[in-house]
Design a protein around this ligand. Structure first.
Ligand code: G6P
Length: 490
């Protein structure tokens, strides 16, 4: 309803690289997979609520088998309400656009994780070409001359300008799901100007936090001849206005993934049985893509430090890390994977024994119902991102705990930490502090857990993902009204 209030029959098109449903062939059967992506888990419920077309890269082994002649497929499979339009990328396009410029260039450029970006001209050329292909798809899909186009993330920095050239009346909202770097860091990108100009084709550019938006404005200030009004947070460039606003993303509430969950005590028993643990074992959970920005090494080191400082937890506490393989073709991801494995093994050798594994590492894709069962079964959830736009794992853990128990330990370098001071907020680089937080979490009384959890649940219930999208669409609707009035008065 929040969404419908602000839509007033407007046409909605979403563009993202990652699609919400992947169709894969398994022998005779076609299976549907939900990708591990914060972007997708947040936007999918929004799209269910407002219908429209979601334009994305088709990458599943059976994706081509299920589309119609326009490359459309109606989803969700259980109650179809909107269309995915699939774009097929050639291996060269995928390598230059997705792996290359997006994930070896922009991803490390925007995250302070001390991984150097790689910029190749050939990747950039594919990035430009693929942005143009998706922009063309937006134009093809648009039924009106003024659709609302929701462009998602760093894969499509150039697309707003490209769409604007063809559909000057479109309301283009670009949401940047990852951090934006300060102007000095950003300045190393050889195409820094083109990227800013591309983004300024948008009516609104959204970030999770005010700080990221301010960095963006400072970059514009240094690199472009633009006028910036800091009070209204708008940029005037090439005769056009772009608003730059914070919209902290969230999750759906109540979560669909809670509907079929068993009571918390049953989840606890089930997860412990699955990992051959006794019923009294205390469990911490980490849920991430296997990505070097997530601080998984620091997390394991903190568990090790806990055992050194507070040996009473050895044998009683296990940390389960479930990690979805991600971008595995990229060297830095392979290297990270090996490091994470080696560290888990070293710690397990040092503190483990027959029947006791201190760190349980499961590198595999887990579907949301499974992930939610882990959240419900755990004493604590440990989020240690070195830098993260928002981090929805933190919010999902809170949503999963309708028993109001469980402790969230949360990196101060996530967008989420700004909204959730009731979590145990830590600096992931400070291993001793993280170990102390683990000890505190394991020792916390149920009463204190309840007080913290209740307060965090209240916040997320109110500031859920519909609110996130609703605020963006409300700002867009206000702009559209103004433009109509200006046209009428000549
Ligand atoms: C981050 C990005 C998303 C991306 C997700 C998964 O959350 O902001 O755009 O979809 O990671 O990464 P992948 O490369 O698998 O899409």
């Amino acid at each position: 309803t929040i969404l419908h209030e602000h839509l007033s029959g407007d046409e909605i098109l979403i563009v993202s690289n990652r699609q919400p449903y992947i169709h894969n062939r398994r022998g005779q059967k076609i299976e549907v997979q939900l990708p591990a992506s914060g972007l997708v888990s947040a936007l999918e419920p929004v799209m269910r609520a407002c219908s429209g077309v979601w334009i994305a890269h088709g990458n599943g082994s059976a994706d081509r088998e299920v589309v119609d002649s326009r490359d459309h497929v109606r989803v969700p499979p259980d109650h179809p309400s909107y269309d995915i339009r699939r774009i097929w990328l050639s291996p060269d396009e995928e390598s230059g656009f997705y792996y290359g410029f997006s994930n070896e260039g922009l991803w490390p450029l925007c995250h302070n994780a001390h991984v150097r970006p790689t910029f190749r001209t050939s990747d950039w050329e594919q990035y430009v070409a693929v942005n143009a292909r998706f922009a063309q798809a937006v134009v093809e899909e648009a039924k009106t001359d003024d659709p609302v186009v929701l462009v998602q993330d760093y894969h499509f920095a150039l697309l707003p300008k490209m769409v604007r050239e063809k559909l000057p009346n479109a309301t283009i909202i670009m949401f940047w799901h990852i951090p934006w770097p300060n102007s000095e860091s950003y300045g190393i990108c050889p195409w820094r100007q083109e990227i800013l100009e591309g983004l300024l084709g948008s009516s609104i550019v959204g970030f999770h936090t005010r700080e990221h938006g301010n960095h963006f404005l400072s970059c514009i200030d240094r690199i472009l001849e633009a006028r910036i009004d800091r009070d209204s947070s708008t940029v005037s460039y090439g005769g056009r206005l772009t608003a730059v606003n914070p919209y902290p993303i969230s999750i759906e509430w109540p979560s669909r993934w809670l509907e079929n969950q068993r009571p918390v005590p049953d989840c606890r028993v089930h997860i412990r049985e699955r990992h051959a643990m006794g019923p009294d074992r205390l469990v911490g959970i980490g849920v991430d893509r296997l990505d070097y920005t997530k601080g998984i090494i620091e997390r394991f080191l903190a568990v090790e430090r806990l055992f050194e400082l507070q040996p009473e937890w050895v044998g009683k506490f296990s940390f389960i890390q479930i990690a979805a393989p991600s971008r595995t073709i990229i060297d830095q991801y392979q290297h990270f994977h090996d490091q994470v494995y080696a560290l888990a093994e070293r710690i397990n050798k040092r503190f483990g024994r027959e029947g006791y594994e201190p760190i349980v590492l499961k590198v595999k894709h887990h579907e949301p119902p499974d992930v939610y069962e882990y959240y419900r079964a755990s004493e604590l959830c440990f989020v240690t991102s070195l830098h993260d736009g928002m981090n929805l794992v933190a919010k999902e853990f809170i949503a999963a705990r309708d028993d109001e128990q469980g402790v969230l330990i949360l990196s101060q370098f996530t967008g989420a930490a700004q909204e959730l001071p009731e979590a145990l907020v830590v600096n992931p680089y400070d291993i001793d502090q993280c170990a102390a937080a683990l000890h505190m979490a394991l020792s916390m009384t149920p009463k204190e857990q309840r007080a913290r959890m209740r307060s965090m649940r209240g916040l997320i219930q109110e500031f859920n993902v519909y609110r996130w999208a609703g605020r963006m669409l409300m700002d867009a609707a206000r702009m559209r009204r103004r433009i109509r009035v200006m046209k009428q008065v000549g």
